[in-house]
Design a protein around this ligand. Sequence first.
Ligand SMILES: Cc1cc2nc3c(=O)[nH]c(=O)nc-3n(C[C@H](O)[C@H](O)[C@H](O)COP(=O)(O)O)c2cc1C
Length: 379
Amino acid sequence: MRPASIGDYRARARRALPRMVFDFIDGGSFAENTLRRNVEDFASLSLRQRVLRGGAAPDLSLELFGQRLSLPLLLAPVGMAGLLARRGEVQAARAARKSGIPFCLSTVSVCSIDEVAQSAGTAPWFQLYMLRDRGWMKAMLDRAAAAGAPALVFTVDLAVPGIRYRDFRSGFAAEPSLERSLRRIVAGATHPGWLWDVFVRGRPLGFGNLSGAQNDQRSFAAFWSWIRANFEPSASWADIEWLRAHWRGPIVLKGILDSGDALQAVKCGADAVIVSNHGGRQLDDVVSSIRALPGIVAAVNGRLPVLFDGGIRSGLDMLKALALGANACLVGRPWAYALAAGGEAGVAHMVDILRQELTTALTLSGCSDLASVAGCLDL
Ligand SMILES: Cc1cc2nc3c(=O)[nH]c(=O)nc-3n(C[C@H](O)[C@H](O)[C@H](O)COP(=O)(O)O)c2cc1C
């Protein structure tokens, strides 16, 4: 039976993936309180039901940085998606192109930006972290520009990686050892479909964008040491000027959760912000994204597009975020689950589910288009 909801895709992904890989996408940091609140706080918001208001099917399309989106949705950057399905980032980017929405490629993807741009037939948005090695950053920005990336998503909430207990327990984030290697072999052997798709047909499995920066392309544990050694904890707002000098297109700051930071983003000339707590994977016990959204929308006051991510699991959640002032939403885990469960077709179907659910929610709340969503919430 075809999955009916994002929750169904999560259940399928849990079955399809070895436990340690599923936990990597599903988990959050520390006690996972923010991860939980991101989802639960949506449920505590009520919608208004309005009837007999006439009107045709609502138009969901919008324009962002000169690009037409068929609905207010983007696929958020998800690192190592090539571990979820064969050449996973290419499959997701193809699904996004066919669905008429942007795909944002993570710095730490398995497939390089060149491979994604060529194989998907369209250049992805590109996500970058602030790294110590400015020479590598400059080269990466040039590479993304040459590939045709329409926008740069600069992630600012990962000065150091969050502490994720699931990844430590599973060994996903730990240095290699005989015991962990054995556990990985057993995990693979009990999921032969995944093993065949990813480890046999999905090679090479390295970090496509990090060639030259990360020496040991074979080991995912080497990735974590590379991360630890290269993230720039002392990054500051002045560094955004450096970025501006080296990137001509739109710069979107991802990981804004505080209205003071949102104001600073406006001041330093960002082109948009993404209200995000990294899907509850960084600082735990911070406010959920949906609770942070209204204050940031008020602070920005229309000067920039405000994008939103964290906890969206249905079209109803999308409607609530849009009603609170988001211009568009991103989803991370939903597309990761769908990719693991069904590859490109799974991701395209997941987008269709959100499209259908958003259309239904808008219609039942009596809204004719995205411009009138502000009145959809029962405040
Ligand atoms: C497995 C996984 C990997 C991620 N990797 C990145 C990344 O490389 N860069 C980044 O900016 N955000 C990354 N994120 C965060 C997402 O872009 C996004 O902010 C988050 O998933 C949104 O929450 P949601 O999963 O509830 O939709 C990752 C999220 C997950 C689940």
